[in-house]
Design a protein around this ligand. Structure first.
Ligand SMILES: Nc1ncnc2c1ncn2[C@@H]1O[C@H](COP(=O)(O)OP(=O)(O)OP(=O)(O)O)[C@@H](O)[C@H]1O
Ligand SMILES: O=P(O)(O)OC[C@H]1O[C@H](OP(=O)(O)OP(=O)(O)O)[C@H](O)[C@@H]1O
Ligand SMILES: O=C(O)c1cccnc1
Length: 495
């Protein structure tokens, strides 16, 4: 059994970061000579997370990196060579491993940029290219995009709850789903709206500002609380935030004020105090009063303790005086919905004789789960004020009619003729024949985009409770075509 340590997991090749069935299907396509049939797949989710009205897409930078580095190394191939089936025979023949050794990603990829607000059924990524390759990348794309989109959305909701001015610090690493869960969650949390993190590796890797206070153990390691605060202030005279709740919170605030006076006498100012238990509304109000009365109105109040967006909303409504929100577990684990159910579905396959597309559809008993055929693009329409009003999915391989009508895929009687002249195509070219054609935005740019996109939404779509469903529909000729395809594929059983 090879030893795997965190550092050995970050390896030159992550091409085996996939489900076995992607490789068995690849082998099967190769044996059948189908590997180069052109195919189109879409990655999308069917419901925004957290019963919300939107999601903030994230993870594309990781996905692009994974695709650019897709290579089967000798080490990967040695492992694949060692795999055997139930009866002891080798799973993959040598010729296939040679094929994998020479494989170079050659698909076209179009994607919605990180930080964009997205809705159910919209392809976040479209992969078009040789069937074997377009299928092979499914699992990695899903694992990278599903998780980061989930966490970026959670962070955006927390930003909505705290408002534009307070600071959000992400403190989740210790409770994250493993070490990469921690690292990618920090990135996505920052993209979605956090201002900083306690995660030092994320600071180094992504340039996210690192921030922090100290633990209860710091106070417990000294004779008394005041002595502990003095010692911390001595080490960080301009960067101290004292955790005041180890023994008695308001007594802790008084001790913090004493040390703040000493700091001021030597030309420094206390940065803040942190509350980590008890009634955060009452304690923050009392702490604010004590600090203000003592002449320290600029000392910030940080609060932590299992916070999430609903609790933050409640604390705000109760009149809590909190300036910085330290949020860990419930942000980085997306506690109330730990997975986004994004899927990756085949939508079109070039005919064997190369004479055009055969469109494909996965039928389900639930209409919401029936896939959408085509080579899809998402067009977002805006009103005169530049606010998004509706999104339309359409098939780029077919001509568009003059007059556009959007049909709700779940209720085809709900239709909207398109009036707005302003629109944007959401999917942008990222790879052409395996070569990257897009310079990715910086994390900072994606973060700013996320905020601007969320604030451009209607308040009804932004609210937490029973949000308004933003209109996303199929262009009518796509809807008609899909309906006919479903009728053709579904067995017509006699009553
Ligand atoms: N004013 C408030 N309104 C609603 N919930 C609050 C309020 N103040 C704190 N909470 C939340 O109540 C929960 C319980 O907090 P509390 O400090 O009583 O328990 P605890 O975390 O077990 O404390 P300790 O860390 O001392 O063991 C936490 O999730 C906290 O964020
Ligand atoms: O509550 P979260 O949103 O997950 O935020 C992170 C929590 O992690 C720390 O607690 P922990 O008890 O691990 O250590 P401590 O001694 O520093 O409080 C910190 O005090 C927060 O309460
Ligand atoms: O710096 C902090 O206050 C911190 C860091 C990690 C977890 N909880 C708090």
């Amino acid at each position: 059994m090879p030893d795997a340590t965190p550092s050995s997991l970050y390896r030159p090749s992550l091409s085996l970061l996939t489900d076995l069935y992607q490789l068995t299907m690849a082998y099967g396509y190769w044996r059948k000579g189908m590997q180069d049939r052109e195919a189109v797949f879409h990655l999308y989710f069917r419901k925004p997370p957290f019963a919300g009205g939107y999601a903030v897409c994230a993870g594309l930078a990781y996905a692009v990196d994974w695709l650019e580095n897709l290579r089967f190394t000798d080490e990967d191939l040695t492992y694949l060579r060692s795999l055997h089936g139930q009866k002891g025979g080798r799973l993959f023949e040598e010729g296939f491993l040679d094929y994998l050794r020479d494989l170079r990603f050659s698909c076209d990829v179009d994607a919605i940029p990180e930080g964009t607000v997205v809705f159910a059924n919209e392809p976040l990524i479209r992969v078009r290219g040789p069937l074997l390759q377009a299928q092979l990348v499914e699992t990695a794309l899903l694992t990278l995009v599903n998780f980061q989109t989930l966490i970026a959305t959670k962070a955006a909701r927390i930003r909505e709850a705290v408002g534009p001015d307070d600071q959000i610090l992400e403190f989740g690493l210790r409770r994250a789903q493993g070490f990469d869960g921690g690292l990618s969650a920090t990135r996505a949390a920052y993209l979605g709206g956090a201002d900083g993190t306690s995660n030092v590796l994320a600071g180094q890797q992504f340039g996210i500002p690192v921030r922090g206070t100290h633990a209860h153990s710091w106070v417990m390691a000294f004779e008394g609380e005041e002595e502990a605060f003095e010692a911390y202030a001595d080490a960080f005279p301009d960067d101290s935030v004292f955790l005041v709740d180890t023994y008695d919170t308001l007594e802790g605030v008084r001790n913090a004020i004493k040390v703040a006076r000493h700091l001021r006498a030597s030309g420094h100012e206390l940065g803040g105090i942190r509350l980590d238990s008890g009634d955060l509304t009452y304690l923050s109000r009392e702490a604010r009063r004590l600090l203000d009365d003592a002449g320290f109105p600029a000392v910030r109040i940080v609060a932590s303790n299992d916070l999430e967006e609903q609790l933050v909303t409640a604390l705000k409504l109760e009149g809590a005086r909190i300036d910085t929100w330290g949020i860990g577990t419930k942000l980085v684990t997306a506690y109330d919905q730990p997975a986004l159910g994004g899927v990756y579905k085949l939508a079109a396959l070039q005919r064997a004789d190369g004479s055009g597309w055969d469109y494909t559809v996965k039928i389900s008993e639930q209409l919401a789960k029936t896939s959408i055929p085509g080579v899809l693009q998402v067009r977002r329409f805006f009103n005169e004020e530049g606010k998004p009003v509706a999104d339309m999915l359409y098939n780029t391989a077919e001509p568009l009619p003059e007059q556009l009508t959007i049909v709700d895929p779940l209720d085809p009687t709900r239709r909207r003729p398109v009036k707005s002249a302003q629109y944007r195509e959401l999917l942008e070219p990222v790879f052409r024949q395996g070569q990257r054609v897009l310079d990715l935005p910086t994390l900072e740019e994606s973060r700013q985009k996320a905020r601007q996109e969320v604030t451009s939404l209607d308040p009804g779509t932004r609210r937490f409770l029973n949000p308004h469903t933003y209109p996303v529909g199929l262009e009518k000729s796509l809807h008609d075509f899909r309906t006919q395809l479903i009728l053709d594929k579904r067995p017509q059983r006699p009553a």
